[in-house]
Design a protein around this ligand. Structure first.
Ligand code: F6P
Length: 348
């Protein structure tokens, strides 16, 4: 068996832990392992490299991905699917482990339907992939955001300021809710719960009318404004760029700064914004993500051994189980109202 492994989509702490685990388990099964560079792009362009025990030595704590990554949509490329199938044949690759989020695994699900032997590993710092309780990378991102909120608290308090902290989360507010709860945020705004800017300002005004003279507002980059006051054109996202990637996603970001300006204008309180951005994705994975990535990687190699094509490794409770790729990419896993209600107990 010659097994190909690739990492696609945004990079994420823990990718190298998964690659290492796939390679180490595959070697136990006497498989040859081929690394595919830069996600699906590498398979379209035959950009591959042999992986052995040496090549994955020392990578467990390293951020990013030793294979590189890209947001390449095979189905937007001319003869993309046929090229993938032909290039796999040419390189003698029998099966694939695709490590990625909804886009990368969406392609894996389509290729599986076209007859490609493929299994998946769920990755995203956003934690919005359906079919798994957690994706690796999320825990690290939450820890980074929580530490940032702790640090911003002391400066907000010293200056009597409102600080708006913008975190990642395109469609789902998992990072905002978890880091906001862990960091004691006074307001958390997420894509699942469109917000009214007057209500946000009222909460801050009320809070500052008591003993508190500072506030921390955590906002997901994809949070939506509820009313016609929406400050962007379509009334939903604050876009930093209209440029779309090959999966049709616009680049988000910018809501933090705009929100901070509006809060200052409406409340009169000095307000600042901090956009955490790619800091949340870079650097060494947390111990939790190293362990989860390792368990996912070993399980993915076992799925290959058992020829369970079209499945991905998933965490359910504390068990790693198989979940259908088609089910996983069929919908997003959004923040449940119950969790948000717990978080909102502490607003104001
Ligand atoms: O999907 C992970 C993520 O970090 C999102 O939170 C964010 O919206 C997006 O990727 C950013 O994408 P890019 O790396 O293409 O700028």
């Amino acid at each position: 068996m010659k097994l190909g492994v690739l990492t696609g989509g945004g990079d994420c702490p823990g990718l190298n832990a998964v690659i290492r685990a796939v390679v180490r388990k595959a070697i136990q099964f006497d498989y040859e392992v081929i690394g595919i560079r830069e996600g699906w792009k590498g398979l379209l362009e035959n950009n591959i490299v042999e992986l052995d025990r040496e090549s994955v030595s020392g990578i467990l704590p390293r951020g990013g991905t030793i294979l590189g990554t890209s947001r390449t949509n095979v189905y937007k490329e001319k003869d993309g699917e046929a090229r993938i199938i032909n290039n796999m044949k040419k390189a003698g690759i029998d099966a694939l482990v695709a490590i990625g989020g909804e886009d990368t695994l969406g392609i894996a699900a389509k290729l599986f339907k076209a007859g490609v032997k493929v299994v998946g590993v769920p990755k995203t710092i956003d934690n919005d992939l359906f079919g798994t309780d957690y994706t690796f990378g999320f825990d690290t991102a939450v820890n980074i955001a929580t530490e940032a909120i702790d640090r911003l608290h002391t400066t907000a308090e010293s200056h009597n300021r409102v600080i708006v902290v913008e975190v990642m989360g395109r469609h789902a507010g998992w990072i905002a809710v978890h880091s906001g709860m862990a960091g004691g945020a006074d307001i958390i705004l997420i894509p699942e719960q469109p917000f009214n800017i007057d209500e946000v300002c009222n909460v801050i005004m009320k809070r500052h009318s008591g003993k508190r003279n500072f506030s921390i507002v955590v906002v997901s980059e994809g949070a939506k404004i509820q009313t016609e006051e929406a400050m962007d054109k379509d009334g939903s996202f604050i876009l930093s760029s209209m440029k779309k990637d090959s999966f049709g996603h616009v680049r988000l970001g910018g809501i933090g700064n705009i929100l901070a300006e509006e809060i200052e204008k409406r409340t009169g309180f000095e307000t600042r914004a901090t956009v955490l951005g790619y800091l949340q994705r870079g650097g060494s994975p947390s111990a939790f993500d190293r362990v989860l990535g390792t368990r996912f990687g070993v399980f993915a190699a076992e799925l290959v051994k058992e020829e369970k094509w079209g499945q991905m490794a998933a965490l359910k409770g504390n068990e790693i189980v198989a979940e259908s790729l088609e089910v996983a990419v069929g919908q997003l896993k959004l923040v449940d109202t119950e969790l948000f209600n717990v978080a909102s107990t502490f607003f104001g």
